[in-house]
Design a protein around this ligand. Structure first.
Ligand SMILES: [Zn+2]
Length: 430
C-alpha cells in the first residue's frame, strides 16, 4: 500500500535562496560565477551542499572521484538517482548544473520535511568536473560512476600542467580508487536529471517544461589542410593551392550538411591559419569540426557524407587534407517510462510541456550508458547559457523542481510495481 503524496510539495523560497547562496561562491569580479572543478570555490560549494544534504537526512559522502553523493534509504532495497553538477565554466551563470543539484536536494528536503519515505531510496549526486575544467575532457565524475574511467583518465594533464589525479586528490578524492566510485546498476532503477535548457526553444514557445526525448550524440572531426604558401602578389590565381580557400569550401560544406534525413547540426568552430599573414597565400589550416544528432546511424551517415565532400574539395583545389575522426559521444535515448512519468505529471498538474531533444551533453548521457535515464528542462531566457546573463524565471525554477519531485514519486510507484526486488541493496561504491 503506497501512502498518498499529494500533501508533499517543494519549498520554492528555500530552493531560490539556495541558488542565490551558491551563486556567491566563486562570484567572478568580471561577472558571473567561476567555479572550476576541484578548485577552492568548487569544494566550498560542495561542502555547503553536503551540509544541506545532512540536514535532509541524505548522508553525504565524497567518493574517490570527488563526486558528492547523498543517500536516503527507502522502504525497499532499490534506488532512484537524481542530480547534476556544481562545477562551472569560466564566467558562468548561476544555474547550469547547480540548479539540478539544488532541486534534487530540495526533493530530498521536501520528502524529509513531510516524513515521507519512498519505496525506493533516493540518491542525490553532484558530479565532479562535468564542464571539463582547464581544458580537460569533462564528465569525470559521471564516467567514474559508470566505471568508464578510461574516458576521463586521472593521468590527463590540464592547461596548468596539473594531472586530473592531482586535482582529484586535492579535492578530497582518491585517483587510485576511482573504480570504487562505480554505482551498482542492479540496485538503481533510474536516473533523472533536471537542467536548464541552455537553448531557446522552451522560452520561445512559452512552455514551462521540456521532457527530453534523447540527448544528442557528437562526432568530432579534425582536419589539417596543406596547400602551398606563396607570395600574394606574384602567384597567379590559377596556380595557387590556397589552404584557407579550401577551408572556406569545407566550412560551407559543413554548414550545408544538416537538413531532412541528415544530421541536426554541424559546426566548424575552430580554425588556425598559417602563416596568417596578409601578403602570403595561406599554406596551412587546422580545423575543428563537430556534428550532432540524436540518431547514431544518422550521425555516422552524416560523417561519411562530409568526408566525401572534404575529399572532393581536396581534389578540386589540389591541397592535401589529413582528416582524423575525434571523440564520438554516442546519443542516449530517454527511457520511455521516465518520459511517460514526467508527461503524466505535467498533464496532471496543468503544467505546459513539450518533448524535445537535448542538443547539449550532460551527465545523464554518461549515466545512460549504464542506467535508464531521463531529463527534464526548464526554459533559459533568450536561450542564453555559459554566460553571466544565464537566467530562468523564478516560477519556472520552482515548477521544474516540483515536476522533478512528482516524477520521482511517480517512478517510485511505477517501478516498484514492475521491477522485481533485487538481492542487492547498496547503490554505492563498487
Ligand atoms: Zn550542465
Amino acid at each position: 500500500m503506497i501512502a498518498s503524496t499529494s500533501h508533499i510539495s517543494i519549498d520554492g523560497d528555500r530552493l531560490l535562496d539556495r541558488i542565490d547562496q551558491l551563486s556567491r561562491i566563486g562570484a567572478d569580479p568580471r561577472g558571473g560565477v567561476t567555479r572550476e572543478a576541484w578548485g577552492d570555490a568548487d569544494v566550498e560549494a560542495r561542502d555547503l551542499v553536503a551540509r544541506w544534504m545532512a540536514a535532509a537526512d541524505l548522508r553525504p559522502t565524497v567518493d574517490p572521484a570527488a563526486n558528492l553523493v547523498g543517500r536516503s534509504p527507502g522502504h525497499g532495497d532499490r534506488w532512484l538517482a537524481t542530480g547534476s553538477h556544481l562545477d562551472t565554466v569560466v564566467q558562468a551563470g548561476p544555474l547550469d548544473g547547480t540548479y539540478g543539484v539544488l532541486a534534487a536536494l530540495e526533493v530530498a528536503s521536501s520528502l524529509h520535511d513531510a516524513g515521507h519515505h519512498m519505496q525506493h531510496g533516493l540518491l542525490v549526486a553532484a558530479f565532479a568536473n562535468e564542464e571539463g575544467a582547464r581544458g580537460t575532457s569533462g564528465m569525470t565524475g559521471s564516467y567514474a560512476c559508470v566505471g568508464h574511467t578510461e574516458e576521463a583518465p586521472p593521468d590527463e594533464v590540464d592547461d596548468a600542467g596539473v594531472t586530473v589525479g592531482e586535482r582529484i586528490l586535492a579535492a578530497g578524492g582518491d585517483p587510485d580508487r576511482l573504480r570504487e566510485a562505480r554505482w551498482d546498476p542492479d540496485a538503481i532503477d533510474a536516473f533523472v536529471e533536471l537542467h536548464i535548457e541552455q537553448g531557446p526553444v522552451l522560452h520561445a514557445n512559452g512552455t514551462s517544461i521540456g521532457v527530453v526525448s534523447a540527448i544528442t550524440g557528437r562526432q568530432a572531426l579534425d582536419l589539417s589542410i596543406t596547400g602551398v604558401a606563396n607570395h600574394a602578389g606574384t602567384t597567379p590565381m590559377d596556380l595557387r593551392h590556397d589552404a584557407l580557400a579550401a577551408a572556406a569550401d569545407v566550412v560551407l560544406a559543413v554548414e550545408s550538411l544538416p537538413g531532412p534525413g541528415s544530421v541536426r547540426v554541424a559546426t566548424c568552430g575552430h580554425l588556425l591559419v598559417g602563416p596568417n599573414v596578409r601578403n602570403v597565400v595561406p599554406g596551412r589550416v587546422e580545423m575543428g569540426i563537430e556534428l550532432r544528432d540524436e540518431d547514431p546511424e544518422t550521425l555516422a551517415a552524416g560523417t561519411r557524407r562530409l568526408i566525401e565532400r572534404i575529399d572532393a574539395v581536396a581534389a578540386r583545389r589540389g591541397v592535401a587534407m589529413d582528416r582524423r575522426l575525434g571523440q564520438m559521444v554516442p546519443p542516449v535515448t530517454s527511457d520511455p517510462r521516465i518520459v511517460d512519468a514526467a508527461r503524466a505529471v505535467c498533464e496532471r498538474t496543468g503544467t505546459s510541456w513539450e518533448l524535445l531533444p537535448s542538443g547539449a551533453g550532460h551527465d545523464a548521457q554518461v549515466i545512460g550508458r549504464m542506467l535508464a535515464v531521463g531529463m527534464i528542462f526548464v526554459p533559459s531566457i533568450g536561450g542564453i547559457s555559459h554566460s553571466p546573463r544565464e537566467r530562468t524565471d523564478a516560477h519556472h525554477l520552482v515548477a521544474g523542481a516540483e515536476v522533478l519531485l512528482r516524477t520521482l514519486l511517480e517512478l517510485d510507484e511505477v517501478l516498484s510495481a514492475t521491477v522485481p526486488p533485487s538481492s542487492v541493496g547498496d547503490p554505492g561504491f563498487r
